[in-house]
Design a protein around this ligand. Sequence first.
Ligand SMILES: [Zn+2]
Length: 432
Amino acid sequence: MIRILFLPTLFLFSCYTQAATVINDYFVFETQKEVNIYYHRVLGLKIFSIVKKLPQQRQDFFREKTKEIYQTYLDQYQLTEKEFPKPFVDIVSGFHSASFSRHVRGKVMQTNLITLGKDEIKDDPDMLIAVLAHEMAHYFHRHGSIQSKYLKANQETNLELNQENNYGEGIINDSKLQTQLNYLDKMHYYLEPESSNYLANLPKIRITPKSVPDQILNSLADYEFNTQAYTVDQKICRSEVKTILHNIRKASSFTYNDIQELSYTLKRCELYRIGSTQEIFSHFYAKENYKHLFENTKQKAQDPEHANYLTAKSIINKDHPLTVMLTHFYSQRKAVKKALEQIQFDKLIFFSKENQADITSFGILESLNLEYTILKTHQFHSQADESCEELSQEFSISRQRKNSFYYGDSFFNSHNAQCWRYYRAKTMQEKK
Ligand SMILES: [Zn+2]
């Protein structure tokens, strides 16, 4: 898998600052030592460079190709090294092929670091070339610093061989769909990132380690219990709420019913509040993300169709701030589910960062007469050459569209299926 590492920006601030070189808004690594510090101390991952362990001949080949592909980017886009700094490419064990971003003074910055996972490129020189060109495209387009998963949702679908294949008709002008997709884009951070069955999972709030709900509940626990409890009742309540929070995080999922039950206990502990609901929200959300929740609440609480209906009801009901917060998680998921149900995914083709990286890298490799490496890579990855050929036939003859071919393996994976990538590369080559 070729992935781009995308760190959640909400609560992850790297406190580790080092003398950095920032060139044209890229965070530039220059030495292996800097990179190792980044792997281990900033990311906290067990990633190890294996470049030095490779036979000399392979090291030379790797360096030569890195230089060649980088130079082609400079030539093709007429850039100087100041505009597009040299990449720092590392072949690694313990991690996949990726392009990296990092927080620098509250800002998400694209770095020039690219890893090639040793298991992904195997010992195959073609694989190394294709993956390298693809990851360099992520770096080139600063994909790591773009929050949105889909680049302008579908507005750029024309880039995707659409017209002659009859893809994406009418989508570009569908403003309702644009709104829904932009909404999903914004919301997907609040959902668990690894779910393959996103629709079935939405009614439950799942708390996976380091997910946003987990981080919020964890901070709430701290926030709650760092304050003083004076009376016996407060002490009992404190212990009860603590147990509830602990159980929710441990159970790793909860339903609206659970929230209702919780609300009952919390109501009883009304005396022991943890600040006003607005204060709690301001603690965890940026102002533009929570302010609207406290406006026109009466109106919203009467409109079951409104996205924040349940949250508004909970606010009007003067629920404990924790109840409001949990209800809000639930509302968000409910709204996402509704949006997902309304979108006809089988009629869509997404233009994601992955699409852009594939297409850009194809152009780069084409000028080096190396585009065959992409075809080979996708064919190899799909491990079913014949069925991939068959599917390609089907794509071009019947113009059948299947969700999974555009959407990748899951809602959260914006990589297209390998057969589709193979088909696209093949079509692009034939069009030459
Ligand atoms: Zn990628």
